[in-house]
Design a protein around this ligand. Structure first.
Ligand code: 4AD
Ligand code: MG
Length: 446
């Protein structure tokens, strides 16, 4: 585990100084003589040694893991042959309990142990967060968000904060969370894309990092009801430039995370085999993907007959097939050029091949789709036809339509699911491990 950062009053170095330090008892080992405590303060860990005499105090009798304690003493390097986080330990000369923790039935280890699963872990997410793996994932998550912000800044994108309560859908009515808004129907946002598009003539290229909501009744490894959506929109670009931009942003963010030694060390523990992706990413057209699936015997289940059948052009590629293909190829894949029928109303058609769209999904091994993007319809009449095709009432979209009236331009953008990106980066089995308090159908607690 990583060493504690020196969050110690009046002291800039942990080495050979008398320090006062506060934290939580992560591990506790009582022996006949001294007591060994691995103290945790969120920044890392420090081994502390309480002498035989200090182990005899009243506080020591009730000391349990997860108690908050304060210790003063000298930090020294651990003797040869012994190991401790960061290679040093605190030899206590005073200590006291700040906030006790229960022992017995209610002890931390009884409420949550290595075998805990399913509901126990989910109900106790507030305690599970204290575990080393969960905390590392959250540290990496913070590093990832910070890296993306820096990368966007370097690419001259401006951050905006669009609303979460909206009256328009972006990705289809089936996954909208509806609620009563002062007597009017409103929804929780599925995507900030439409708002980002309106910012182009005002701010130029923009991005947002915002919660998105999907009322999908999907209990899969990669679906959440609420997730963190990183979205960007760029003006005056081509489809090819859009894919190149996505690739650059992802590779630059990954290198930036790896350049922080603490984060690199955590990633190494979470995902020992991780290799930064190589550019350029493989680009595969939707039509070639259908060919690939059929040539490799990856079939889809027919809704009506329940039988497994070959894919045909026009089919949506289901999660299982997509994952199998991505895992077989083992590299990031841009899948592009989806049929317009299976994509959203706002997507631009491929000039000369109008049944297909300038759309792309970025697929990563172990997860599948982590990014969905496209060029947008710039032409007013085409957009109106798009609403019609999807059965959308254009009235509430007047502000979005207006963009095509006042200085329309070629533009495109994308959304990246932060939890899916993290599941790929940190090799987690499910996106649920990559969210602070994950939400899925039936789960909104804690
Ligand atoms: O592919 P999606 O639905 O695309 C959009 O929302 C576009 N309007 C984005 C844009 O162009 N600005 O979602 C984008 C990404 C997906 O690739 C996936 O990573 C993530 O958002 N995502 C989810 N993540 C977790 N749980 C869910 N239910 C998700 N739905 C989408
Ligand atoms: Mg998508």
């Amino acid at each position: 585990p990583p060493a504690m950062k020196t969050k110690i009053r009046g002291c800039t170095s942990l080495r050979m100084k008398r320090v006062r330090i506060s934290g939580w008892v992560h591990r506790l080992r009582r022996q006949k003589g001294p007591t060994f405590i691995v103290l945790r303060d969120g920044t890392g860990f420090l081994q502390c040694v309480l002498s035989d005499r200090l182990s005899q105090t009243y506080d020591a009798l009730t000391l349990a893991t997860e108690a908050a304690i304060q210790i003063t003493g000298l930090v020294q390097e651990v003797p040869e042959g012994k190991s401790a986080p960061g290679g040093h330990e605190l030899i206590a000369d005073w200590w006291g309990v700040l906030g006790a923790a229960p022992s017995g039935d209610d002890a931390f280890s009884n409420r949550l142990n290595a075998e805990s699963e399913g509901n126990v872990l989910a109900d106790n997410r507030h305690l599970a967060l204290r575990g080393e793996v969960a905390a590392s994932v959250l540290h990496v998550r913070a590093g990832v968000l910070s890296a993306f912000r820096k990368v966007f800044e370097a690419h001259n994108l401006t951050e905006v904060t669009p609303p979460c309560m909206v009256q328009t859908q972006v990705e289809g009515g089936a996954t909208l969370f509806k609620f009563d808004y002062y007597g009017q129907p409103a929804f929780l946002t599925q995507s900030s894309q439409l708002y980002l598009e309106t910012c182009l003539p005002s701010l130029g290229d923009v991005y947002s990092i915002q919660e998105s909501f999907r009322a999908e009744n999907s209990h899969t490894r990669r679906h959440l009801s609420e997730y963190t959506h990183l979205e960007a929109e760029l003006a005056f670009i081509t489809f090819d430039e859009l894919m190149t931009h996505i690739e650059e942003v992802i590779c630059e963010a990954v290198s930036m995370v790896l350049a922080v030694p603490r984060l690199a060390a955590m990633l190494k523990q979470l995902h020992p085999e991780f290799q930064p992706p190589k550019r350029p990413f493989l680009r595969m057209s939707y039509k070639n993907a259908i060919k690939y699936l059929n040539e490799h015997g990856i079939q889809r289940k027919d809704d009506e007959t329940g039988r497994f059948v070959d894919h045909t052009v026009g089919d949506d590629i289901a999660e299982a097939a997509e994952r199998q293909m991505t895992d077989e190829l083992g590299v990031p894949i841009f899948l592009y050029g989806f049929p317009k029928e299976i994509k959203a109303f706002y997507m631009k058609k491929i000039p000369g091949d109008e049944a297909f769209t300038e759309s792309c999904d970025l697929l990563m091994p172990n997860v599948g789709e982590i990014v969905g993007g496209s060029m947008r319809i710039a032409d007013m009449d085409e957009l109106l036809a798009g609403y019609k095709r999807e059965g959308i009432d254009p009235a509430p979209y007047y502000w979005f339509t207006d963009q095509r009236k006042y200085g329309t331009c070629e533009h495109g953008g994308y959304g990246l699911g932060v939890e899916r990106f993290l599941a790929w980066l940190t090799n987690r089995y499910t996106v649920r491990e990559c969210s602070l308090y994950p939400r899925w159908p039936g789960r909104a607690t804690p």
